[in-house]
Design a protein around this ligand. Structure first.
Ligand code: ADP
Length: 457
């Protein structure tokens, strides 16, 4: 597996969670995996027992005996950020990640590990299948190896100026619309899509959506051409980290058969949020990046009306400055209704998942989404927009789902939810069905194994 970030060694988003989690059940299911990633400053500082193999490669072990190899290069990776700093992306990202891909392929030969499949993730590893089929083509060692590219979010494509193309060490003939060129620029994700034997995204619905103009981010044409080899596999959730029965961050543990404890968590959360404790009205929660992708455009428009309804709302998130401002203003206006925590805080996230009645996730698009799966497990009924992974995990039996992306449709669904909330039996049945859902990594791993076998046929 090739990835630019892997939990627990470096993380900026869901990609790291997936590549940190998926190898473990694959190993339990008797597959042999190694993981290759860059060696960042953060990785070095985190205090793991990592050994140097030579000046360019270090290694450690996860699971039982899954080797993780780190590609080292001080000038490229020994920086505080993974892809950039506050000012924006690093200007040499093409150099950094093409170096990573070339060295990662070479590493296989050096350690004499010849896998059947190279599983790459996102644009940062997208050059692996390209080099495999071009510069490494004549080499017996790599002959017959298949490639899979997993796309975690199509919006991030690795776009660079044409002038940088020579740094890739590829023939100029590849700079054309059928390969690496994208409207006069170099597009690394597109390269991965074109050169991989198969492609998948992190939910079946998102795999279909990205073949449309609305969700395709300009790559829909390329993806449609590859549709016979384009799949969707839902991510899993790490139930060791997210389980109300064992969660150390919440006031009172509870589970499906012992749901009463949840009330205490609601009271504690109200207290912490300086909201009046009210059992007669629902407490809604949001834990999210504050971006348009997560639905904050329609949410900000609908917020005044939402705050006038009989409910309370706690929001935890950071992101775009304009949403910070809007939410701060609303929180001042509705002190008994709305509490905002504009920061990243994992412990508080646990308390919100446990303490709320309803979890709001009106994402405009959602490749998979973790928030809704976590809230299901915590008996916090999700209210979501019908898109991507939200469509694949939430339905009328375990949550509330609206299918028009507009402030009014969101408000209408919240009003419908308020009616259901009053009906204790219906509310409990939604909660219990949600808590019984199981989106485990073992299921995801079995699906990936199915796809690997398909590739080898
Ligand atoms: P994405 O990866 O697109 O941001 P996901 O729903 O897949 O969205 O995963 C987001 C994860 O990050 C969830 O586990 C969520 O609880 C967590 N998270 C998001 N914002 C915060 C925050 N401000 N504080 C703590 N956890 C957060």
């Amino acid at each position: 597996m090739f990835a630019s970030e892997v939990v627990p060694f470096a993380k900026t988003g869901g990609l790291a969670d997936v590549v940190g989690a998926l190898p473990l059940p694959l190993e339990r299911l008797k597959h042999e995996i190694i993981v290759i990633m860059p060696f960042y400053k953060k990785t070095k500082a985190a205090g793991f027992k990592i050994e140097d193999l030579n000046s360019k490669i270090s290694t450690t072990t996860i699971g039982k005996k899954i080797k993780v190899y780190f590609i080292k290069k001080e000038e490229f990776f020994n920086r505080p950020g993974l892809y950039g700093e506050k000012e924006g992306d690093f200007p040499d990202n093409l150099n950094r990640f093409s170096y990573f891909c070339r060295e990662a392929l070479k590493l296989l030969k050096e350690i004499e590990f010849r896998p059947q499949i190279l599983h790459c993730h996102d644009w940062q590893s997208s050059l692996v299948p390209v080099y495999l089929k071009t510069t490494a083509q004549g080499d017996e060692f790599y002959k017959g190896i298949k490639t899979l590219l997993t796309i975690h979010n199509l919006a991030y494509q690795g776009l660079f100026n044409k002038e940088e193309f020579p740094k890739l060490g590829l023939d100029w003939s590849l700079f054309n619309m059928e390969a690496l060129e994208f409207y006069g620029k170099v597009n690394l994700l597109k390269a991965g899509i074109v050169f991989s034997d198969a492609i998948n995204t992190v939910s079946p619905t998102y795999a279909k959506e990205i073949q449309t103009k609305e969700f395709g981010c300009g790559l829909e044409g390329v993806l449609i051409r590859r549709r016979d080899n384009l799949f969707g596999i839902l991510n899993g959730l790490d139930y060791q980290l997210w389980n109300p029965k064992t969660d150390k961050f919440i006031l009172k543990n509870y589970d499906k058969d012992n749901i009463e404890g949840k009330v205490k968590n609601k009271e504690a959360l109200c207290k912490l949020s300086k909201l009046p404790s009210r059992s007669d009205i629902p407490l809604l929660g949001i834990v999210s990046r504050l971006t348009q992708q997560k639905g904050f455009d329609i949410l900000s428009e609908a917020m005044e009306e939402i705050c006038s309804l009989p409910l309370q709302l706690v929001i935890l998130g950071t992101g775009e400055l304009n949403y910070h401002r809007i939410l701060e203003r609303l929180a001042r206006k509705f002190p008994k209704k709305l509490r905002t925590f504009l920061k990243f805080d994992n412990v508080l996230a646990h308390k919100i998942y446990a303490g709320c009645d309803i979890f709001l996730m009106p994402s405009k698009y959602e490749p998979c989404g973790l928030g809704q799966m976590i809230s299901l497990k915590y008996g916090t009924i999700p209210l979501v927009f019908k898109t991507g992974g939200l469509t694949d995990t939430i339905d009328k039996k375990n949550g509330f789902i609206f299918d028009q992306y507009s402030p009014s449709a969101l408000v209408a669904k919240i009003k419908e939810m308020l009616l259901v909330f009053k009906d204790k039996n219906r509310r409990l049945s939604l909660m219990k069905r949600g808590m019984g859902c199981n989106f485990s990594w073992t299921t995801a791993a079995r699906n990936y194994i199915g796809l690997y076998h398909h590739l080898l046929k």
